[in-house]
Design a protein. Structure first.
Length: 417
């Protein structure tokens, strides 16, 4: 099976090469990466690979930990997709160089490894590339899988190539799995205890935002929210949710006049629609950051965010957060952003896209699910009144984090290479 894979990938390369060569010569970073080209001034101690956005963030957390622990470490990250490349470039900053992932062809991988000169290869989640692993093994480079996972569907497909997969996985140095279920599936392909750890999910290891009092005060001032007022930030709201949040706003404000709400629709192009809704409901509003009255004079107005890229700051300044796409059948948006900002988070029952994050939040008591707008009102009232409290994530929660466990192993293993 491995021989067939090598033949097929070589044929694909020969078909793509003329186009790729022209695009690479014209300056395409994607095709330069695909053909295994890397600038001559770039070398790395560790080559980390991520497929797309989620994996790029995971390796970003790991790269950040490694560079803080070992500042002189040189890291290179590859990504398969355009969005993954953009995310890695943005998230990693000066922590690593970034390029596109080479085509998984034997001589392309060999050329890439010879140019990059890594001492270790680290791949994230389900990135199992046979020629990469085989070429690394020929150079005696340790290959480590972090945040490893295998879905039931993938397990069924891998069983069809069980023999070949066993040979590839046997060349890995170490595995760090998300769950015991993932470990059990890999064990069916020869990965025995002693070669792996169930470390947890690295996507929960994003660094906490610094909660600087002066920054929080500045953000609240832009919101027209006073120090003593209670601020709920409703982020990534979708059509059908705003009208429910307005009902919550009225109900809570009737009992707590110092209650304030700032809403940030998921899509900026819907702001005009939300403004019309507010006008039709007779609710006074203002847009975030506009020249406005002091908090004492604007407390009966609802804040509306009409720009992208502000949610992290808003969550940082909030007393409580609500994440949208959960009170309507969307499946939820990023529930973890408020957690990293140190703010308790509430969300509705539609969690198909974020079920793991919801479980993590509830198990640590960083927030909770509410099933209806009425329940949301009750919980907010209870929080304002002090009858319900939530935990806030702190740096101490990272002591056994998945990123730390994988990072410590990688640094120790590098000493032997």
């Amino acid at each position: 099976m491995i021989v067939v894979y090598k033949i097929v990938t070589t044929l694909i390369y020969l078909v793509l090469w003329p186009y790729g060569f022209v695009r690479s010569a014209a300056g395409s970073r994607m095709w330069q990466g695909r053909l295994g080209k890397v600038p001559s001034d770039i070398t790395a101690d560790i080559w980390m690979h991520a497929a797309s956005v989620g994996e790029a963030k995971v390796v970003g957390f790991l790269a950040d930990y490694l560079r803080k622990t070992s500042p002189g470490l040189k890291i290179h990250v590859t990504a398969v997709t355009r969005q993954g490349f953009k995310t890695a470039s943005r998230e990693l900053g000066e922590n690593a160089s970034v390029s596109y992932f080479p085509l998984d062809v034997g001589f392309v991988m060999r050329r890439f490894l010879e140019r990059l000169k890594p001492r270790m290869v680290v791949a994230a989640e389900t990135e199992i590339w046979p020629n990469l692993v085989l070429q690394a093994a020929r150079k005696s480079l340790p290959v480590v899988l972090v945040n490893g996972r295998m879905s039931p569907g993938s397990f069924g497909r891998y069983r069809l190539i069980s023999g070949a997969l066993r040979k590839i996985l046997a060349r890995y140095d170490r595995f760090f799995f998300k769950t015991s279920e993932d470990a059990d599936r890999y064990r069916r392909f020869g990965v025995e205890p002693g070669r792996y750890e169930v470390a947890g999910d690295m996507k929960f290891d994003a660094p906490l935002l610094p909660r600087l009092p002066e920054k929080i005060a500045e953000i609240r001032a832009r919101c027209g929210v006073g120090r003593e007022e209670f601020l709920l930030v409703a982020g990534s709201t979708r059509s059908g949710e705003e009208v429910r949040l307005l009902k919550v706003y009225r109900e809570v404000k009737a009992s707590h006049p110092h209650f304030r709400l700032v809403m940030a629709p998921r899509h900026v192009e819907r702001v005009a629609e939300v403004k019309s809704l507010l006008d039709s409901e007779g609710i006074r509003w203002y847009t975030y950051g506009e020249a406005q009255s002091p908090a004492s004079e604007s407390g009966d107005r609802l804040g509306l965010v009409d720009r992208m890229g502000l949610l992290n700051d808003l969550y940082l300044a909030a007393d409580l957060a609500f994440v949208g796409g959960t009170l309507v059948e969307i499946g939820g948006h990023n529930l973890l952003e408020p957690v990293w900002a140190g703010t308790p988070v509430l969300y509705g029952p539609s969690l198909g896209n974020v079920i793991e994050a919801a479980g993590y939040i509830e198990s640590h008591h960083y927030g909770m699910k509410v099933n209806t707008a009425e329940e949301l009102s009750l919980v907010i009232n209870a929080v304002i009144s002090g009858r319900r409290t939530f935990a806030v994530k702190t740096e101490s929660d990272f002591s056994q984090a998945a990123t730390v466990r994988a990072g410590k192993y990688i640094l120790e293993r590098l000493k032997d290479v």
